[in-house]
Design a binder for this molecule. Sequence first.
Ligand SMILES: Nc1ncnc2c1ncn2[C@@H]1O[C@H](COP(=O)(O)OP(=O)(O)O)[C@@H](O)[C@H]1O
Ligand SMILES: [Mg+2]
Length: 308
Amino acid sequence: MSPIVSIRNLTKTYANGFSALKGVDLDIREGEILALLGPNGAGKTTMISIICGLSTPSSGQVLVGGHDVVSEFRETRRLIGLVPQELTTDQFETVWNTVSFSRGLHGGKKNPALIERILKDLSLWDKRDNKLRELSGGMKRRVLIAKALAHEPRILFLDEPTAGVDVELRRGMWTAIDRLRATGVTVILTTHYIEEAEEMADRIAVIRGGEILLVEEKRELMQKLGRKQLHLELKTPLGTLPPALAALGLTLSEDGRQLVHEYGNGAGEGRIGQVLAAIEAEGLSLSDVSTHQSSLEDIFVSLVEARQ
Ligand SMILES: Nc1ncnc2c1ncn2[C@@H]1O[C@H](COP(=O)(O)OP(=O)(O)O)[C@@H](O)[C@H]1O
Ligand SMILES: [Mg+2]
């Protein structure tokens, strides 16, 4: 299947000469949730603005649904819903009106049944007659999502949807976004919260300094880099690693006090019993055992540090 968004050698140099995107290549698959993960200033908003046609690329090409975002802006914009990073909505308007007007603005025919379903899906139905100023921060963000959904986009961009939102509401947002997946909408979400990417995404793209460092299935990324280690402290330090233990893939720490058994997510757990039996067969006694698991956070930190 051809990608719903295709980005080729995209660069953006701002008027002051700052280079915010340095040759980005990225394909986004229809129906996936892609997290664009990167620290502040990485170029996330710049990239989204170009895809949505709000900013012009300096070079390169972006196709949305096979149409060029610069020369065929009308076609591409129709496919896209954008939930911007900044909250800019009329605070004195009601939830219902804000969301319905948004559909009209994009040329959609009135469709109260659709608006009702969107508000219910986002748990905003009870608040439909409230003015925006009467809502909490998390609810206002959900109104922005409802606005973006009101014209039935095939692709929804969420730029830092949970920035400044408290932990509980963040979970609510995640549920709301997850529900969208079931409707077949492609979701691209930018975040600098690793936990959010870990929780939500099918694939993760890491961006830093205007460059994509990696794009990978979340599960594969966790499996490839998210190693687990079993640390076995020895009562008596060893000079060398017994061959039977080396054959099981164990390593000995430099001071000879610790045996380390490394295994990937889902693979190698079955060997733990074997490892312990082999240690016993060697007549070694253990003083302590602990496990260590690298999280996406460790992976991300090591990745970003490696490039500095
Ligand atoms: N209009 C602009 N003029 C000059 N530099 C800009 C402009 N907008 C953004 N930048 C710079 O481009 C870089 C990327 O910004 P942005 O895309 O907003 O990053 P992110 O969304 O990942 O935090 C930052 O260093 C930012 O200061
Ligand atoms: Mg941003």
